[in-house]
Design a protein around this ligand. Sequence first.
Ligand SMILES: *Cc1c(COP(=O)(O)O)cnc(C)c1O
Length: 369
Amino acid sequence: MNITGARKAVYTAEAYVSGKSMDDVKKEYNLTKVIKLGSNENPYSPFPNAIKAMTEELSAIGIYPEINFIKLRETLGKKFNLTSEYIGLGHGAGGVLETISRLFIESGDEVIVPTQSYRLYREISKIMGGVVREVSLDENYTISVENIIKTINAKTKIVWLCNPNNPTGTIIKKEDIDSILDVLPESGWLVLDEAYVEFSNTCEVPDVVKYIKNNKHLLSVRTFSKYYGLAGARLGYVIAAPNVINGFDTVSEPFNANRIALAGGIQCLTSDKENVEKASKLLIEERERVSNELEKLNCEVTKSHSNFIFYKVPCDGEELGTYMLKRGVIVRPCSGWGYSNHIRVTVGMREEMDEFLKVTKDGLEALKD
Ligand SMILES: *Cc1c(COP(=O)(O)O)cnc(C)c1O
């Protein structure tokens, strides 16, 4: 890459690598049917009332989305017993994370990111001139709070944490959040990316609202892409103290969510609430079933708190991934995170997962020795 005049920091960043698309795989392997379990999307989406509202909204596409922008913030506020002043919106959690980096990171500030986690934190921090300190996970594939605390110093501006963690599906305990907040410097912030938190057990994950109301330096980032099934609509939000949201809105572009997404998002939280909950219940049941089945196939499964499963296979993960692609099943081999024997699979519908298990079994057989 060489662009005349581009900022130096741009050259330090790496482009995002997404999961394979269905069209790519169909074309490459000459397949008519493909099961996509590589990007943690919701197989039950779109939900009926959301799609109806989004379709109707099309006719108003020529007008800025002021009313629903306010309405979604209010609806989200109500969900957490907060006012809309605590909610900021963005183009997906990705857009929200980027705006947060613009709000806080000054050139030379240090940020801490777990190495085996969502990559975007590292890249958006580098682009702002931040110095990235990576910390590895512990041997149970959990974010190591001990390593994070050791790395925090007076220059630490942001600790980026993913809870549950992508790609491992593990969670950090409330006590660990407390310990990190205790040692953060005065100008430091903990950003919790909770893209999958709706699939976790509420008693096991921290109550972010409580921290925020108690003026702790914490922001929670959420998305409509996973649990609510609106990945293609690009809608995310942040929960934080009103002064932080004020700053967030100031550095963000105006109307940083589109009319169609806003209309769908509101229905997901209201008229589709039960449909969304039903889908999640099925996915969680399926997650537990598939985890058990994978263990029967001699895979080492890490207990998942999200809508995907991270497991170790008794062969090379990339090789098994390629075998599965040829059979029309897209999964995410984890060698890019340094786990060459691990795969991450999104939990889909029962029939999809039966096919996934069948192909896994055949692949393990074919790749023996
Ligand atoms: C999918 C994902 C996101 C991105 O969500 P969008 O709202 O689609 O931008 C953010 N964080 C993590 C950990 C994710 O897995």
